[in-house]
Design a protein around this ligand. Sequence first.
Ligand SMILES: [Zn+2]
Length: 288
Amino acid sequence: MRRGLERQTLGLCIERVQVLRSRAVAFPPDPELFALALKHCRIEQWHRRGKYLYAALRDPQGDPGGYWGVHLRMTGQFHWITPPDSQSSEAGQGGERSQPPPCTHTRVRIWASNGAELRFIDTRSFAQMWWVPPGEAIETVITGLGRLGPEPFDPAFSASHMKARLQGSKRSIKAALLDQSLVAGVGNIYADESLFAAGINPHTPSGRVSRAALERLHKALVEVLEASIGAGGTTFSDFRDLTGSNGNYGGQACVYRRTGLPCPRCGTPIQRDRLGGRSTHWCRRCQR
Ligand SMILES: [Zn+2]
């Protein structure tokens, strides 16, 4: 997603911002201030940390314009709507009028100076946006950033790190993986697929997962994420594909949403349980 946003919006100047649902903006509390802050800023760089995305902004005077942060949560999506073709017979129409009308789940509309629109759609309305004023520490505004564990590819993330953090914990290993403080960025699909690859029962109390199993889990997390980021990279080769790409999983799922289907390793039907409020897919034979 970060790569897709960077490819499509890097260097663009924000012409106008319209907030259709104030809840989509977590900071500033007044969504009008959010819209004003972004207006006329240039997008300089997109960063990602865990599941947070944030763009460095440059204001019209050429000074730092703070950051524009986004968390898509469960159902947030960006749709990219290209500017109307100036060669077409509709060249005389205003850009906004030639764009498709926003659906009822449209939360924020952002127009670039080239006439393109980045439309933010979220059916469940949990996704959030922030504007971090220049000079503010980003974690003081996007507070969730301060609670994140290491990135999966960071050398600080290892089996030893997990062993130390999970010591004595009775919470399930599945729940521990979804808690972003152990490791950042692991969602439901990645948790289920990694636990399957590592042969770990998702219900296992975290403190009782062996050192050897944590080594396998570490390897599996890195491999599963590498595979999907690689696939996501190709998905974003085209502008169109910024559409509906939240939760894009590049790899072939072994267990996720395969309830009742045969396990690819042993043929046992895949089981689905509720665990920590989330559906969990696993093989009771391969993950003992
Ligand atoms: Zn199996």
